[in-house]
Design a protein around this ligand. Structure first.
Ligand SMILES: [Zn+2]
Length: 297
């Protein structure tokens, strides 16, 4: 049968490899290709845009009473991020809050400049403010200028909420990746008339150390208890190396672009999020065992 014959044709001739996933290209292969990383901003939901470079997320959430930015990327991408905000039709001056996922430079490095352009309040947890201040006090790479850091602004803690327009965000402290880590739940995104519950886990990856591994176990358990998450807004665009079926932000964005009326929204994927949280719990538990073994305990 003709159709069956068609199906049997391999997509790639033998010996030819499939093109690598976008996640790998942006994370590894062309990680330092600045012009390549400057992707076009795109709308993900009616009230949510991706305005960051290819490798690190900057999410822009709009409300009728002003807008919220999650993370800021870092130099040399900051003017580009501000340009992207304008490109999607948002005046930076309408941004009321910039919420920082954690105290690593790739997430907060642009915030001082974006705060100047917007007048927004900058939100982070105490331990990440300390990290940011330490980064500002250290010299830059190769004896260069220290990184520009924002002045300490809003400090939030476990259980705090932030209301703006039709959004009520709820914060959790989920340390491990850094001593701070701000996870935001209660983000409501709209696809037509349908609302979905989105989360930003502010940093799930464990970075070494027994105390940090133990923190990661507790933090992953805390995230696992958050019910009803339908959309995972990743702080980096890429799918996890150990697999996040359906892909990361850029793979899903490609699906979104080709979405036909009536198709499901590719970012609405509660099952993959739940599995990923479970896997993160398992690997944190294993990291504790490994660290204990290393320490001979
Ligand atoms: Zn980090």
């Amino acid at each position: 049968m003709f159709a069956a014959a068609c199906l049997s044709i391999p997509l790639f001739a033998s010996g030819q490899t499939a093109p690598e996933p976008l996640s790998r290209t942006y994370r590894v292969t062309r990680a330092n290709d600045v012009e390549f990383q400057k992707i076009e901003p795109f709308k993900v939901f009616d009230n949510l845009y991706y305005v960051g470079p290819g490798y690190v997320s900057v999410w822009l959430l709009t409300t009728p009473e002003g807008n919220i930015l999650f993370d800021s990327a870092q130099e040399p991408y900051v003017d580009y991020v501000i340009g992207n905000i304008r490109k999607v039709g948002i005046d930076p001056k309408t941004i009321k809050y910039i919420i920082l996922s954690h105290g690593h430079l790739d997430h907060f490095g642009g915030v001082a400049k974006i705060q100047e352009a917007s007048g927004a309040r900058v939100v982070a947890v105490e331990e990440d403010w300390q990290m940011i201040e330490q980064t500002g006090a250290r010299g830059g790479r190769g004896g260069g200028q220290p990184a520009r850091v924002p002045k300490r602004d809003m400090v939030v803690k476990e259980g705090d909420t932030l209301k703006l327009g039709n959004q009520t965000l709820k914060f959790h402290q989920t340390p491990g990746h850094t001593p701070g880590v701000l996870t935001t739940e209660g983000i409501t995104v709209y696809d037509g008339r349908t609302p979905y519950k989105a989360i930003i886990w502010g940093g799930a990856g464990y970075r070494g150390g027994l105390a940090e591994a133990e923190q990661s176990v507790k933090s992953a358990a805390k995230v696992a208890q958050i019910q009803g998450v339908q959309v995972n807004l990743q702080i980096h665009s890429w799918a996890e190396e150990n697999g996040y079926p359906g892909g990361g932000v850029l793979e899903r964005a490609a699906m979104l672009k080709n979405r036909k009326p009536g198709d499901p929204h590719p970012f609405v994927d509660p099952a993959t999020f739940t599995q990923w949280v479970k896997r993160t719990q398992d690997s944190a538990a294993k990291a504790v065992q490994d660290e204990k073994q290393k320490a001979g305990k």
